[in-house]
Design a protein around this ligand. Structure first.
Ligand SMILES: [Zn+2]
Length: 118
């Protein structure tokens, strides 16, 4: 169990820094927003089935993007502040796209490797 968590964290941190989760030798991205199809070094597929990464991407986006807005509503923060917060988060999200995709790939690769091993 603990071993699994360590492996998962390893994959996610490799993804976060934009490296292959398996070998961590090669970069994940062709350009800022475009992910490579597979690793140049070890050959694993980064995008196994188109749309697989969406699941984790949605969870991470909901958590990081929607949650602060819900909290802002809960504490009855002025609507102008909420709009500013939303815009700020939106811009932040565009900027950290490779980061988010890397984290998602880490999760995705982890669960894929678990399924293959079983
Ligand atoms: Zn690799």
């Amino acid at each position: 169990m603990l071993n699994n968590i360590i492996v998962l964290i390893k994959y996610i941190t490799r993804g976060m820094v934009g490296k292959c989760p398996n070998c961590s030798r090669k970069k994940l991205f062709l350009s800022y927003f475009k992910m490579k199809k597979s690793c140049d070094n070890c050959g694993i597929n980064f995008i196994e089935n188109n749309g697989d990464n969406w699941f984790f991407l949605l969870i991470i986006d909901r958590t990081l993007f929607i949650f602060p807005i819900v909290v802002a509503f809960y504490f009855e923060i002025h609507p102008k502040m909420i709009i500013s917060l939303s815009l700020f988060l939106l811009i932040l999200f565009i900027i950290i796209t490779p980061f988010r995709l890397g984290i998602c790939l880490g999760f995705d690769y982890y669960f894929r490797s678990k399924i293959i091993k079983k």
